[in-house]
Write a protein that binds this ligand. Structure first.
Ligand code: GDD
Ligand code: MN
Length: 389
C-alpha cells in the first residue's frame, strides 16, 4: 500500500501533462441510490493519482437514475457525462460508450459499489507498466466473491456454481480466456488501442469475454478484487442472461475460426463416425456388400468427408489456394488418418496388455490420445496453423 502511494506520488510529479487520460465507465440499470457514493468514491480515489479522467455513465435505466446522474453532470461538468445506451443489455451499453470515450485507458465497472473504486488506480498502474488489459479478479489471493451471496444460502451456492462453472466451461473451450482467472468479472481496465481494429458484438452480459476473444491480448495482468455484497437493489443476473451467455459462446465459436478449434475438429470427427456407420449400414443392407469391405470403404469415405468439413469449418482461415494444394492436403490427410488408426491400435494393446486396463477404458484413452495426435499433425503440418488445445 505504502509502495503504491509512493509510486503514485512520484508518478504525479513526473507526469504533469503527459499522463494518459482515463475514461471510467460504470454501467447503470436502475441504480439511483448508488450514483452519489460512486461518483464521490471515484473522485476521492482519483484525486490521489496523476490521471485526468472522465466518468461516463452508460445508462439504460427506466427509473430516476438519469435525473440523479444529471445532477452530477451539472455539479462536475468536466468530470461526469451521461450516455444513453441503446437498451440492449450490459455489453451493448459498454460497447456504445467506448465510442464516446476520450481516454487512452478505459475502465469498465459496475455502478452498484460491488466494485470498489479504490481498485481503479491499481488497475491503471498495471497498464502503465505495459499490460494491455488489467483485470480485477475474485480468484487470485487477496480476492473474494462474497458478493455473490452468503456462502451457505441456496442463492449463494447457486450463484457460485453458475459463475465458476461458466468460467471453467469458457476456459476449456477458448484458449485466450485462460489468460485470466476471472473471465466473468465486470471490473477491468484496458488500453483503448486494444480494441481499435476489432468489431465488438453486443451479445450478452460478459463484455470481458468478448474483448479477450476478439482482441487476444498478450499482456494480461490481474489485481485481487474483494467483490462487495450489494447494498441497494438486487442483482440483475437472471436465467435469461445465462441463456444469453450460451448464445454468446456459440456466436464466438462459430464466428471466430480459431475459437475452440480443437472442439471443431472433434465435432467433425463425430460427424465422421455417423457418416461411417451410415454408409456401412447402406452398403451392408442395401448393396449386400461383404461386411469387411463395406467397413473399409466407409472408412475411406468418412475420411474424405472429414477432410471436406475440416477444410471448410475447422481450418477455414487457411483455405487452399489451388486445386493442387487441396489435393496435396487431402493426400496428407489420408496418410495421417491411417497413421492415427495404426497408432490407436498400438496404444490400445499397450494399455490393455502392459498396463492391464479395462478394455473399454483402454479403448477410450487410446482414441483420446490419437485424436489429439491427429489434431496436432493436421493443424501444424497440413494447415500450418498454431496448435492450441
Ligand atoms: N446500462 C446497463 N444496461 N447496465 C446494466 C444492465 C443493462 O442492461 N444490466 C445491468 N447493468 C448494470 C447494473 O446497474 C450494475 O451496475 C452492473 O451493470 C452489474 O449488474 P448487476 O445486476 O449488479 O450484476 P451482478 O452483481 O449480478 O453481476 C456482477 O457480477 C458478475 C460476475 O459474477 C457484475 O459485476 C457483472 O459485471 C459481473 O460479470
Ligand atoms: Mn452487482
Amino acid at each position: 500500500m505504502k509502495e503504491e502511494v509512493n509510486y503514485l506520488r512520484k508518478k504525479k510529479k513526473s507526469l504533469k501533462k503527459g499522463s494518459p487520460f482515463v475514461t471510467i465507465i460504470p454501467a447503470t440499470f436502475n441504480e439511483k441510490d448508488n450514483i452519489a457514493p460512486l461518483v464521490e468514491g471515484i473522485k476521492k480515489t482519483m484525486s490521489n493519482t496523476p490521471y485526468d479522467y472522465e466518468i461516463i455513465f452508460a445508462d439504460d435505466s427506466n427509473d430516476d437514475t438519469p435525473q440523479e446522474i444529471k445532477k452530477f453532470v451539472v455539479k462536475y461538468p468536466n468530470l461526469v457525462r451521461y450516455w444513453r445506451a441503446p437498451g440492449q443489455g450490459l455489453s451493448a451499453a459498454f460497447i456504445s460508450a467506448f465510442s464516446q470515450a476520450k481516454g487512452k485507458y478505459i475502465v469498465c465497472m459496475d455502478a452498484d459499489l460491488q466494485h470498489p473504486p479504490a481498485l481503479i488506480p491499481k488497475l491503471l498502474r498495471k497498464l502503465d507498466k505495459g499490460a494491455e488489459i488489467s483485470i480485477a479478479s475474485r480468484y487470485i489471493p487477496g480476492g473474494s466473491n462474497e458478493g455473490l451471496g452468503k456462502f451457505w444460502s441456496f442463492y449463494g451456492i447457486y450463484r457460485r456454481i453458475v459463475s465458476i462453472g461458466m468460467s471453467y466451461l469458457t476456459k476449456i473451450l477458448f484458449v485466450p480466456i485462460r489468460k485470466t482467472t476471472d473471465p466473468m468479472t465486470g471490473f477491468f481496465a484496458f488500453r483503448k488501442d486494444l480494441i481499435k481494429d476489432i468489431k465488438l458484438e453486443a451479445k450478452g452480459f460478459k463484455i470481458l469475454v468478448e474483448i479477450l476473444m476478439r482482441s487476444k491480448p498478450v499482456n494480461v495482468k490481474e489485481v485481487p478484487l474483494k467483490f462487495q455484497p450489494r447494498e441497494h437493489e438486487t442483482s440483475k443476473a437472471t436465467l435469461k442472461q445465462g441463456v444469453n451467455f450460451f448464445k454468446h459462446l456459440k456466436q464466438l465459436f462459430f464466428e471466430l475460426p480459431e475459437a475452440g478449434r480443437f472442439f471443431k475438429f472433434c465435432l467433425v470427427g463425430l460427424s465422421g463416425v455417423v457418416i461411417n456407420l451410415g454408409f456401412l449400414y447402406l452398403f451392408v443392407e442395401f448393396w449386400l456388400m461383404q461386411k469387411t469391405y463395406a467397413f473399409a470403404l466407409s472408412i475411406i469415405i468418412s475420411i474424405l468427408t472429414n477432410y471436406f468439413f475440416n477444410s471448410r469449418f475447422t481450418y477455414r482461415d487457411n483455405r487452399s489456394s489451388s486445386r493442387k494444394e487441396s489435393l496435396r492436403r487431402l493426400t496428407y490427410y489420408y496418410a495421417f488418418a491411417f497413421l492415427t488408426m495404426f497408432v490407436t491400435v498400438v496404444v490400445y494393446s499397450i494399455l490393455l496388455n502392459v498396463f492391464s486396463l479395462h478394455y473399454l477404458l483402454a479403448g477410450f484413452l487410446s482414441i483420446a490420445f490419437t485424436t489429439i495426435l491427429n489434431f496436432v499433425l493436421v493443424t501444424k503440418i497440413i494447415w500450418k496453423l498454431p496448435v492450441e488445445i
